[in-house]
Design a protein around this ligand. Structure first.
Ligand code: G4P
Length: 531
C-alpha cells in the first residue's frame, strides 16, 4: 500500500465535501428543489423558507438599493448543510431578472451541477447557456426531470432532446410510472424497484418500495400503468447506455432522475447521487502547477464580488473558493496579483440563509472575505506560493449599452468609475476608437446596478443607450502584420477591454461569421481569463 503525502485529517474532510450548483431555466423548479434539498439536509425546518426569500421584498440594510426596489437577490448566495456525514455546499445561480455574469461565474467554483428540466417544456434557453459554461470545465451533471405530476412530454422524447440539444448522453436511473394525474412513482433501474408516489409537501421520505419489475403486486396496484413501464424498461435496456461513473465524471454522460420537487419526490435520489457519484473537490490548474485539494498549504480564488453589502461602509464581499489547505481565522495569506500579504479574519460562511462567521474551511468550501476593493474576480490567495488559478473567465456579453453622461463635465469620473467597476467584474467595459465607452453584460440587471453604483460611489449620472452590438469576441493574432491589417480593415468594429485586450464587436451573428471566415488565422475567443 502506498502512503499518502497528505495530512489524513485534511484528506478526510476534503473527501466529505460536495460543492454544486443547480442550473435551470426560470420556473423549472430550481427554488423548489433548493428548498427541498435543504429540508432533507435538515438545514431548514419547514418548507417555504427559500421561496419566501425569493419573493419577499427585503428591507434589511445589507441589501443593495436596486435589490430593495426590485425585491430580488442581486447576487447568488451559498448554502452549506450536512447530509449523511458529508458537508454539502450548494451555490445558488441567480436566475430570473437577476441573471448575470455571476450566474456563469458561480459555475467555475463548483465540482458538479444538478440540471433541472421542466418535463412539460424540455430543454430551454437558459439551460443551454448554463450547460455550455459547465462544459468549459467538463463539470459532471446530474439531471432532474421535474413536475412529473403534471401533464408532461414523453420521457423518451425529453431524453432525445437533452441529447440532441445539449450534446450529452443520458443514462436514465429512475423512470416514471405513469404521468400527470396518473403519476404513480418511478422505477429505479439500478435498484430494480418501484418507489411509489403520493402527492404531498410535508413528507421527508419517498413512498413505499415495491421490489422487482415482475412483482405481481405491481399489476394489482397499477393495472393501467405497469404495462407501459415494462415496455419502456425493455426499450431502455436495449437503447440507453447504462450509467457509467467515468463518463459522468468526464461530463459526457448524465444520470437522469424523474420526480416532482414540490412533492418531495425524487429529491432524496438526487442527494444520494451527489454523495455517491459527484466528485469531491478536484485537482485544479493553478498556472504554474496543478494543486491537489488535500495539500496542506491554503490556496483558492475569488469567483464573485458582492458590493455594498453595507452601503454605509462601502465594503465588498469577495466570494472565495478554497482549493487546498485549511482556512483558519486570522491566518496570513499572500494576495498573488498585488504581491503582498493580507490577513484573513472574520471570513463569512453561509449556513442556509443566515450569515455566520467561518471557523474552519477546506477545499470545496466557500468563504466570504470583506475587503474594500483590493480583491478582484480571478484573484488567487495562497500561503506564500505564486499560484494563479485558471478557469475563472470573463464571458462574452450578450447585451450592450453605450454610456452617455447627463453632465459632460463628469467624463473623468465616468471613466474612472467604469474602469473600476469593470475591473471588479460588475460589468464589462469596452473603449471604442474615439473614446466612447461601451458596456457589456449577460443580464439586464447588471446595467441597473452599475448605474446605481456610479451614482452612489462616483457621483456620476449616466444614461445607458441601446447599442447595435450582438456579441463580443476577444482576439488573438498569429503575428504583428495580421494584427495591423485586421486593425486597419476592422477599425470600426474594434474595442479594448479594461485590461487593454483587443475585442471584436460584432453587429450580428452573421457579421461575426463572415469576419471569422475572412480572417481564418485570427482567433476569436468567447471567453477570456482574468488578469
Ligand atoms: P425556479 O426557481 O426555477 O424559477 O422555479 P420555482 O421553484 O420557483 O418553481 C416554479 C413554479 O413551478 C412554482 O409555481 C412551483 O411551485 C412549481 N413547481 C416546482 N416544482 C413542481 C412540481 O414538481 N410540480 C408542479 N406541479 N409544480 C412545481 P408558481 O405557481 O410559479 O409558484 P407558487 O405559486 O407555487 O409559489
Amino acid at each position: 500500500m502506498t502512503t499518502t503525502p497528505f495530512p489524513p485529517e485534511l484528506l478526510r474532510d476534503v473527501e466529505k465535501r460536495r460543492t454544486f450548483a443547480i442550473i435551470s431555466h426560470p420556473d423549472a423548479g430550481k427554488t423548489t428543489l433548493t428548498e427541498k434539498l435543504l429540508l432533507f439536509g435538515g438545514a431548514i425546518q419547514l418548507a417555504g423558507t427559500v421561496k419566501a426569500r425569493k419573493s419577499a421584498r427585503h428591507a434589511t440594510s445589507d441589501w443593495m438599493e436596486v435589490e430593495k426596489q426590485r425585491g430580488i437577490s442581486v447576487t447568488s448566495s451559498v448554502m452549506q448543510f450536512e447530509y449523511q456525514g458529508h458537508t454539502i455546499n450548494l451555490l445558488d445561480t441567480p436566475g430570473h431578472e437577476d441573471f448575470s455574469e455571476d450566474t456563469y461565474r458561480v459555475l467555475t467554483a463548483v465540482d458538479a451541477a444538478v440540471m433541472v428540466i421542466d418535463a412539460a417544456k424540455g430543454v430551454e434557453a437558459q439551460t443551454i447557456k448554463l450547460l455550455n459554461v459547465c462544459r468549459l470545465r467538463s463539470t459532471p451533471i446530474i439531471t432532474f426531470v421535474n413536475k412529473l405530476d403534471r401533464e408532461v412530454r414523453e420521457p423518451f422524447d425529453l431524453l432525445a432532446e437533452i441529447e440532441d440539444v445539449l450534446k450529452i448522453t443520458c443514462a436514465p436511473v429512475t423512470w416514471p410510472l405513469g404521468m400527470g394525474k396518473a403519476f404513480r412513482g418511478v422505477y429505479h433501474l439500478l435498484q430494480h424497484q418501484v418507489l411509489t408516489f403520493t402527492p404531498g409537501e410535508e413528507r421527508r421520505t419517498d413512498g413505499e418500495i415495491i421490489k422487482g419489475l415482475d412483482n405481481p403486486g405491481l399489476d394489482a396496484r397499477f393495472p393501467l400503468e405497469i404495462g407501459q413501464l415494462r415496455e419502456d424498461v425493455e426499450l431502455i435496456d436495449g437503447a440507453s447506455p447504462p450509467f457509467d461513473l467515468d463518463d459522468f465524471l468526464a461530463g459526457q454522460q448524465t444520470p437522469v432522475f424523474f420526480g416532482s420537487g414540490i412533492n418531495n419526490f425524487g429529491v432524496q435520489e438526487i442527494l444520494q447521487a451527489l454523495l455517491d457519484w459527484a466528485p469531491p473537490p478536484q485537482v485544479r490548474d493553478a498556472g504554474v502547477r496543478m494543486v491537489q485539494p488535500a495539500e496542506p498549504a491554503f490556496s483558492g480564488f475569488v469567483f464573485k464580488i458582492q458590493a455594498n453589502m453595507d452601503p454605509k461602509h462601502r465594503d465588498r464581499i469577495a466570494f472565495f473558493r478554497i482549493c487546498s489547505g485549511r482556512y483558519s481565522s486570522g491566518m496570513k495569506v499572500k494576495h498573488v496579483r498585488a504581491g503582498r500579504d493580507m490577513k484573513l479574519a472574520n471570513a463569512l460562511t453561509f449556513m442556509a440563509n443566515e450569515r455566520v462567521i467561518m471557523e474552519d474551511g477546506v477545499a470545496g468550501d466557500i468563504i466570504g472575505i470583506h475587503n474594500h476593493g483590493q480583491l478582484q474576480i480571478g484573484d488567487t490567495l495562497t500561503e506564500g506560493e505564486n499560484l494563479g488559478f485558471k478557469g475563472i473567465p470573463y464571458f462574452s456579453p450578450e447585451l450592450f449599452r453605450a454610456a452617455r453622461l447627463r453632465d459632460p463635465l463628469k467624463s473623468k469620473q465616468l471613466q474612472k468609475g467604469l474602469q473600476e467597476l469593470g475591473e471588479e467584474g460588475a460589468i464589462q467595459v469596452f473603449e471604442l476608437e474615439g473614446g466612447q465607452m461601451l458596456l457589456g453584460a449577460v443580464g439586464v440587471l447588471q446595467f441597473e446596478i452599475v448605474a446605481q453604483r456610479l451614482k452612489d460611489e462616483y457621483k456620476v449620472d449616466a444614461i445607458f443607450e441601446p447599442a447595435d452590438i450582438h456579441t463580443a469576441r476577444w482576439l488573438t493574432f498569429p503575428d504583428d502584420l495580421t494584427r495591423r491589417n485586421f486593425e486597419r480593415e476592422q477599425a470600426l468594429r474594434l474595442g479594448k477591454d479594461v485590461d487593454g485586450n483587443p475585442v471584436y464587436l460584432a453587429t450580428s451573428r452573421y457579421n461575426l461569421e463572415v469576419t471569422m471566415e475572412k480572417w481564418p488565422k485570427v482567433a476569436f475567443h468567447a471567453t477570456r481569463e482574468h488578469g
